[in-house]
Design a protein around this ligand. Structure first.
Ligand SMILES: Cc1ncc(COP(=O)(O)O)c(C=O)c1O
Length: 426
């Protein structure tokens, strides 16, 4: 068969882009070569609807072993008692939890999207806001921290069935215990969506949600540094408290309801090639080096935050506990959109982001989100954070000067030569 140069040339172009730019999108990372290699294998050819040992197709004995390995490794990573590794993405993992725990129209309570929450936590544009009655808590205008008092008051008033903690753009740790306390008071389940900080939780560097939150979901491609995908976990399997029945009318343990919600509830065949790559990534997390990686992420985020503050940038909550920071650019007379577009020209990639109580539309925004997991994977340390913040500042302070931006781009490209990416790929 002739090689499809049209596609592979574009993939090569994308590799070059990744190699030469500074990647600061907080939700991105670079997997190891073997994680990518596992994805590009014959496991993609196999249909395996169902679960290991209980499939609807023949010939599943090998993918059963792959999926079981992924599950067992993931359980070890988080000291969980049960895991489902089939969700195709983080959004799918959340869909499955909602499907397992809620009836259409039930009340849910999540962090407002405009305050750092995620679309799947109740946004009207998303299944979660369309099918359930979504209510929100926010962050304090003064501190930028989750307003737990508002969360508690709202929970007591509306009595949600599910409280969701976790965020896409929140730089501080969570008080899971406090959220569980009010959930118990009002009869709600708590779901922690740890898509962003999962790698830092796995390494014990942030609070552990598992003893306080009934259900934990995550993506696998952010700080966990695995392939693009989702997972659902329980440390303590519990009887479902609302007496929700499975399709056959039986009340089941939560793990069984969640399995049924993933398949046949909302997905068909699992992506066994991606599950193989998840298994590889979980093996890497359990192996040597990942703990040091987590520590370096935190050290880099701290150094980056300091470098921005020293240049007069306004950080929401004045800093970070995790891998990211949210910067309000209003005192610099820039919008998030302008900043993102200008930095793109200099091969520095990040995203515009609404800041809490933003007066601009989500298409413009007043802020940017800066994350360090990807550049930490590239091998950068605290000293490099100062250089990166300097390059960002130089670009933003000369946002209309194409000559300076071109100079920064050349600087960025030569700076990144020090941090080889996938040298094996030539
Ligand atoms: C908190 C949170 N949950 C869920 C998701 C959705 O993950 P995916 O894009 O894999 O569907 C994201 C993605 O950014 C996220 O930040």
């Amino acid at each position: 068969m002739q090689k499809d140069n049209q596609v592979f040339d574009l993939i090569r172009k994308e590799l070059d882009r990744q190699r030469h730019g500074i990647e600061l999108i907080a939700s991105e990372n670079f997997t190891s070569l073997q994680v990518m290699q596992a994805m590009g294998t014959v496991a993609t050819n196999k249909y395996a609807e169902g679960y290991p040992g209980k499939r609807y197709y023949g010939g599943c004995e090998v993918v059963d072993e792959i999926e079981t390995l992924a599950i067992e490794r993931l359980k070890k990573v988080f000291n969980a008692s049960w895991a489902n590794v089939q969700p195709h993405s983080g959004a799918q993992a959340n869909v499955a939890v909602f499907l397992a725990c809620l009836k259409p129209g039930d009340k849910i309570l999540g962090l407002d999207l405009s305050m750092g929450g995620h679309l799947t936590h109740g946004s009207p544009a998303n299944f979660s806001g369309k099918n359930y009655e979504a209510h929100f808590y926010g962050v304090s205008r003064e501190t930028g921290l989750v307003d737990y008092e508002h969360l508690e008051a709202t929970a007591r008033t509306i009595k949600p069935k599910l409280i969701i903690c976790g965020a896409s753009a929140y730089s501080r740790d969570w008080d899971y215990k406090r959220i569980r306390a009010v959930a118990d008071e009002v009869g709600a389940l708590v779901m922690a969506d740890i898509a962003h900080p999962a790698g830092l939780i796995a390494t014990g560097l942030l609070n552990d949600p598992f003893d306080h939150c009934h259900i934990v979901t995550s993506t696998t491609h952010k700080t966990l540094r695995g392939p693009r995908g989702g997972i659902i976990m329980l440390r303590h399997d519990f009887e479902n408290p609302f007496g929700i029945k499975d399709p056959k009318g039986n009340t089941r343990m939560m793990s069984a309801l969640l399995d049924l919600a993933v398949f046949p509830g909302m997905q068909g065949g699992p992506l066994e090639h991606v599950i193989a790559a998840k298994a590889v990534a979980f093996g890497e997390i359990l192996g040597e080096g990942f703990q040091a990686y987590g520590k370096q992420i935190i050290a880099n985020a701290q150094a980056m935050a300091k470098a921005f503050v020293s240049r007069g940038y306004n950080l929401i909550s004045n800093g970070t506990d995790n891998h990211l920071m949210l910067i309000d650019l209003r005192n610099k007379n820039l919008t998030g959109k302008k900043a993102q577009e200008t930095l793109d020209k200099a091969h520095i990639t990040l995203n515009k982001n609404a800041v809490p109580f933003d007066d601009k539309s989500p298409f413009v925004t007043s802020g940017i989100r800066v994350g360090v997991p990807a550049i930490t994977t590239r091998g950068m340390n605290e000293a490099h954070m100062e250089i990166v913040a300097g390059l960002i500042d130089k670009t933003l302070m000369n946002a209309d000067d194409e000559k300076v931006i071109a100079e920064v781009k050349a600087e960025v490209n030569s700076f990144m030569e020090q941090f080889p990416l996938y040298p094996e790929l030539g």
